[in-house]
Structures are given as C-alpha cells and as structure tokens.
Write a protein that binds this ligand. Structure first.
Ligand code: 7TS
Length: 406
C-alpha cells in the first residue's frame, strides 16, 4: 500500500494548522474524504441533479441509476445476498433506531430480554433502553473483562431463552476491542434471538461479510469511511425486513394511498420515506470504489501495523494510561496521568494534531474505566508512522507543559 499516493487523494491533509503540518488522528469521529468522493458529489450537483424514482426525464433516470448503483456497491461491499437488504439511512444511529423501533417494539413483550455490552456507543444503548421501557423487556449486559474484551462463556451465560435481541458493536470506538461477532451470532441464534451489529467502527476498516458473520442486522455510517455525512446503511436479512413496519411514512415509500389506509412499496424502499439522500449515496458508492481499489485486507493490515507501532511508542512513555486490549483496531484511548484530556487535546491542537477528548459517547464505559473522560488518537488508511511520532512528541510537550505531578 503506497500511503504517500493515498494521502495525495485527500486534499485536506495537505495544509498547516496552527503553523504545523496537519496531523489528523480523529478518524473514528469522522474520516477525511478522498477527491474521488468530493468529485462524485460535485458531478452529481453540477451535471445531473434530479430527484430519483420519479418521472422519465433523462437526468432523473441518470440520478436513479447512480443512486441504485450505489446500493448495489454497498451490497457487494458487505456481501449481502440481495440489494433489497440494503436500506439507506442517515447513519448508524438512524439504522439502529429503525430496528429498535420497528423490530423490537413489534417482537418484544414483558419478560423478554435485550442483551448488549457496556462498551457500546450511546447509539447502541439508548434505543434499547427506550425499546425496553416501551415493551416491558429487560436490558441485560454481558460483563467486560479487565482488558475490555468479552468472553464467550459470559455471552453464553447472559443470553437465555428469554433473549430476543442481542446488540453489539463490531469494534469499540473507545477500547478498540474487536468482538467475536460470528460466535455471538451462533449463540444468539441457538436461543432464538436476533443479532444486530453496530458496524460504525468495523465496516470502514475491515472486510465485512454479513453472510459469513451471520448477523441479522448490520448498521454503519458512510462518513467514517470516506463518504459524506448524512448517509449510512442498515443491512437486514430479507425475511426479517419483510415482516417489519416502516418507521417513517410519506412520499417514496408507498404503493397505494387511500383516504384511510395505505400500502407500502417493496424492500428496500418501504424504509426510505421522503426524498432520499441521493448525493450522499452517490458519494458512498465512490468511497466504496476507492476503498475496494486499495483492498480492505490491505487497509486492515496497514492499520494493524500502525496500531502496533503507536502502541509500542505510547506504552514506552511514562505516566500514561492506555485503555483496552493489546490486540485492537487502529485507535488508542489514553490519559496522561494528572492532565485533563481536554488540556492534552488543546496542546496537541496547537501542534497541528487533531485528537478527540471527552466521553466518546460512551458514558457507561467511562464509568467502567473509572474516568470521566479520555483522549483518543484514531487512525485510518492515510495515517503514517510520522503522524505517530508527531503525536508522541506532542504528548511529551504536553507533559512538560503541565510539568507538575510528573
Ligand atoms: N456506534 C459506534 C461504535 C460509533 O463509534 C459511532 C460514532 C456511532 C455508533 C454513531 O455513528 P453516527 O454516524 O450515527 O453518529 N462514533 C463517534 C466517535 O467515536 N467519535 O465521534 C463519533
């Protein structure tokens, strides 16, 4: 993988921030966008902007072909068996809410259980809290090991015959833990439960084969994989989606509308009420082409190497706490002891280095870690060893700046 050539595709990286060459280490929040994606969106607006699935005019047909073509690219990207199983959403959050509203509320009753983990992003906790409140179901948690992983024996103990839904992140946005989705899917299915996977931090970084994982739902966001904000995907097994009610009603999603009742279009359109996210979907299609040209396995290997390099360098520092397991995705959540993470992020920003500080939308996990906030450096295919060296130098500077206590 030629990282230099890849970096040239990301114009935003080629700038100075606060007088220093820019280092972007916040891709878990949102990734930067390659020129191919920017141009695909630009071309749509400049030359064939039209609504989709309507009339017969030439530009409208071209827009429809591009929009539906993007759906087919997503299908191929996650190895779904049919494009009817690919629903465009606003992002991971909307995708999870769709399942928690439509599937869960129709299928759960008092006494049933929803099983999740304490490492979930708020987007994969709150929709289930709300579904539990609405249905009388109980929300249960698979315990975490000290290193921030889960054990399959605990998964087996937590999931019971009462469990109807298991929802779990593919990759933790804080710990970098990669969960054993295929095994969890088997355990869920043995008990008659469905498994929803939050793929927000999975799909951008590794090959996803939803048939091999055998998950029932897989949710992810385009903006974390080079595409624009405002576009995401809900994958669902056809037989489940077919039996689910839409959550948004209006134009686009209907078949016949009578005065007092209506019928829905077939999959996937019954879940896409209103004018869809046309430019976003076209941008996502371009992002998938870009990632597939490089190869998802190459991206994963490269990120593993970079994560190892960063871990070695950061573990060698004094007065640093690093959270999460040794084997991890390409992100490192940490605290410099005695320095507030917002201070760390501010000093790094003055050095032109962007990291995230805060609770990372995972307050229950912060409580489990016994911290209120952390700093996080997260990597993507355009990051280099030099970026890691700049981060480490910036952290040394932070320690000098906040000298006391070291
Ligand atoms: N699930 C996980 C695991 C995430 O990391 C995120 C976003 C979401 C769900 C929500 O995605 P959205 O596109 O619907 O907002 N994570 C982060 C993050 O780690 N920092 O900023 C956003």
């Amino acid at each position: 993988m030629d990282v230099k050539a890849i970096r040239e595709q990301f114009p935003i990286l080629n700038q100075e921030v606060n007088g220093h060459p820019f280092v972007y280490l916040d891709s878990s929040a949102t990734s930067q966008k390659p020129i191919q994606v920017i141009e695909a969106v630009d071309t749509y607006y400049r030359s064939y902007n039209s609504n989709v699935h309507r009339g017969v005019h030439t530009l409208g047909t071209k827009a429809t072909t591009a929009y539906e073509g993007a759906r087919e690219k997503v299908r191929r990207f996650i190895h779904a068996s049919s494009s009817a199983e690919i629903i465009f959403t606003r992002g991971t959050t909307t995708a999870i809410n769709t399942v928690a509203t439509s599937y869960a509320r129709a299928n759960l009753k008092a006494g049933d259980e929803i099983v999740i983990t304490p490492m979930e992003h708020h987007s994969n906790i709150i929709p289930w809290q709300q579904a539990a409140k609405a249905t009388g179901a109980t929300l249960k948690y698979i315990p975490l090991q000290e290193d921030g992983t889960i054990r399959l024996e605990d998964v087996r103990k937590t999931i019971t015959k009462q469990t109807k839904v298991v929802a779990m992140t593919h990759v933790s946005n804080v710990l970098g833990t990669i969960n054993p989705i295929q095994e969890v899917a088997s355990i869920a299915h043995e008990h008659g439960a469905v498994l929803l996977v939050d793929g927000a931090q999975g799909a951008p970084h590794m090959k996803v084969d939803v048939q091999e994982l055998n998950c029932d739902f897989y949710a992810f966001s385009g903006h974390k994989m080079g595409a624009p904000t405002g576009i995401g995907v809900l994958y669902g097994k056809k037989e489940l989606l077919e039996n689910m009610e839409p959550v948004e009603f209006g134009g686009e999603m209907i078949d016949f509308v009578n005065l007092y009742d209506s019928t829905w279009k077939e999959l996937p359109w019954k879940f896409e009420g209103g004018t869809p996210i046309i430019a976003g979907a076209i941008g996502l299609g371009a992002a998938i082409d870009f990632l597939e040209d490089i190869g998802m396995d190459n991206i994963t290997k490269r990120e593993e190497k970079l994560a190892q390099y960063a871990m070695q360098k950061m573990q060698a520092m004094d007065d640093i706490s690093i959270y999460g397991p040794e084997h991890r995705a390409a992100l490192i959540t940490f605290n410099l002891n005695d320095v507030h993470p917002h201070d760390t992020a501010t000093v790094l920003d003055a050095e032109g280095i962007a990291v995230r500080a805060g609770h990372h939308c995972a307050q229950p996990l912060m409580r489990w870690l016994n911290v209120t906030a952390t700093a996080r450096a997260s990597f993507y295919l355009y990051n280099t060893e030099e970026d890691v060296d700049r981060l480490v130098a910036g952290l040394q500077k932070t320690k000098e700046y906040f000298g006391n206590g070291f």
